[in-house]
Design a protein around this ligand. Structure first.
Ligand SMILES: *Cc1c(COP(=O)(O)O)cnc(C)c1O
Length: 509
């Protein structure tokens, strides 16, 4: 399966894409501008003598450039995207339509409050449903993403401890299987981080947790369902232990998609939890945004929530900006400009209203069913890391590759040749050679079967030992072959510098 080398470098109708600066034809332009009027030059020595460095291109070339770039960007709109932990699901177009309504899209946070009553009501209504779905006392709407919501929760916890004379609590406990943002958040908030091991079942080891609980522990951060795709069955016991030790229970709620409509966090004893609106409540995300991470808070933490807070006073809404008033009596302050990610709130509310309570409950059920379907069918050739059933994602380890020359990475790269975006790999860290798959509720059985058939055929091929060279060379059909991903992440080249000869040529022109 070697690809022919073409004269153009293009592969079929996959065209090679030069950087836009490399496509520069000096003097070429996409628009005809009227000649500039004569002016008296007053810049003196400041007058620019060099080319300004913008590429000259025709309109069709600009259109093609950006269209081709967009086609290289794999997305949930192009195909199945089983990236575990990311909840890449279909984003109903209705939500987009709502977010683009001029009354929502064109408001500005500096407008007089009387002219944005509808927008504030929308924030308040979204907050209402988030409290309703979690049973929690309050919600801080301003965090801009999941990790930012974690920071909000920990800052509330820190403020509460300080207000209660517990400022000596300087350590946060995080299970080994935690999402990387959890220890990072705790460290950013100034806490020391201690890790609690997982037990053989992939859940928090209760005895280890007990052994770590001391009077300097500020909080325990637990993802539930956890990153192994498992529900922490002992959540209530965990909450009791944490509270008895005088610490707070932070639950990472990024996996809310698996439980929405089915349980109330308040019943688990949770003190703070962020919700990734972009995951569970369907906003197109990936590549860094957009997102929103509202953080629901218990009775005890509610007074410390960040400002601004939307409050209804009589018949109108206000955005309370100062601590000491209204709900945010002891607010720790502000963590973001303005009121939060408004466009994401519009999408989330639109999604919730379209789904209804029964629809959200069915969505979490279908997400769990789909993951269990994948786990059951793949278990014939692959090795699930934990005994089932799972929640909304399933994780396999690499025992099924034992005795072969093939690694998890090779399988992931070969999947690209199959036309499948690889699942999350080598995460969670507690699973050796992990492949973490999250199908979400929005995929059909046909799509899941196609994915499963590709996975099964690769697993068989890997075990046959007959296709090692093919695996090691994969991906062969993608525009780029195997890259040095570590170097790309650690030393990205973000600035284009013209080759020396062309710079000299430009200056001369
Ligand atoms: C996605 C995710 C986060 C972080 O959320 P962002 O919105 O990407 O900041 C935190 N924890 C878990 C378990 C997640 O899946």
């Amino acid at each position: 399966m070697t690809r022919p080398v073409t004269a153009s470098g293009n592969q079929g109708l996959q065209l090679e894409q030069a950087l836009i600066f490399e496509q520069d034809t000096p003097g070429m332009t996409a628009v005809d501008l009227p000649a500039a009027p004569k002016i008296t030059e007053r810049l003196g020595a400041l007058k620019n003598t060099q080319a300004i460095g913008l590429p000259g291109m025709s309109e069709p070339d600009v259109v093609r450039h950006y269209t081709r770039l967009s086609q290289k960007n794999y997305s949930i709109d192009s195909g199945f995207y089983p990236l575990g932990s990311c909840t890449m699901k279909h984003n109903p177009r209705l939500n987009e339509k709502m977010a683009r309504l001029p009354g929502f899209a064109d408001v500005h946070p500096f407008q007089p409050i009387s002219t944005v009553q509808g927008a504030l009501e929308l924030i308040d209504t979204t907050a209402h449903w988030l409290k309703e779905l979690t049973g929690m006392a309050a919600v801080a709407m301003s965090p801009a993403a999941g990790a930012h919501g974690e920071l909000c929760g920990l800052m509330c916890i820190k403020a509460a401890h300080e207000a209660n004379g517990q400022g000596h609590r300087k350590t946060v406990l995080v299970p080994e299987s935690a999402h990387g943002t959890n220890p990072a958040t705790a460290a950013l908030c100034g806490y020391a981080v201690e890790s609690i091991p997982a037990n053989a079942e992939g859940r928090v080891d209760i005895d280890a947790l007990k052994a770590h609980l001391r009077d300097d522990i500020a909080a325990v951060m637990i993802t539930n369902p956890n990153t192994c795709g498992l529900f922490e069955r002992d959540a209530i016991l965990i909450a009791e232990l944490i509270h008895a030790a005088g610490a707070y229970f932070y639950m990472d709620g990024a996996n809310f998609n698996a439980i929405v409509g089915r349980l109330r966090l308040v019943d688990l004893g949770v003190d703070a939890m962020h919700i990734n609106l972009h995951k569970t409540f369907s906003t197109p995300h990936g590549g860094g945004g957009p997102g929103a991470g509202p953080t629901v808070l218990s009775e005890k933490l509610a007074p410390f929530a960040p400002v601004p807070q939307v409050v209804k006073v009589g018949e109108s809404y206000i955005a309370e900006e100062h601590a000491g008033f209204g709900a945010a009596k002891q607010s720790y302050g502000r963590m973001k400009g303005y009121h939060g990610q408004f466009g994401v709130f519009v999408r989330a509310l639109s999604y919730m209203m379209a789904m209804g309570g029964d629809g959200l409950k069915q969505a979490s059920g279908d997400a769990v069913l789909n993951a269990n379907y994948i786990m059951a069918r793949l278990s014939t050739e692959m090795t699930p890391a934990f005994e089932g059933p799972c929640m909304h994602e399933c994780v396999f380890d690499d025992r099924f590759l034992k005795g072969t020359n093939i690694t998890t990475l090779d399988i992931a790269k070969a999947l690209i040749d199959e036309g499948v975006h690889p699942p999350t790999m080598y995460f969670p860290l507690v699973v050796h050679g992990a492949l973490l798959m999250e199908p979400t509720e929005t995929e059909s059985k046909q799509t899941l079967d196609q994915f499963i058939n590709s996975m099964l055929s690769l697993a068989r091929k890997a075990k046959s030992g007959l296709a090692d060279a093919e695996f090691k060379a994969a991906p062969q059909l993608a525009p780029r072959r195997r890259l040095d991903e570590t170097k790309a992440a650690r030393r990205p080249i973000l600035r284009w510098t013209p080759p020396a000869s062309s710079a000299a040529k430009q200056a001369a022109e």
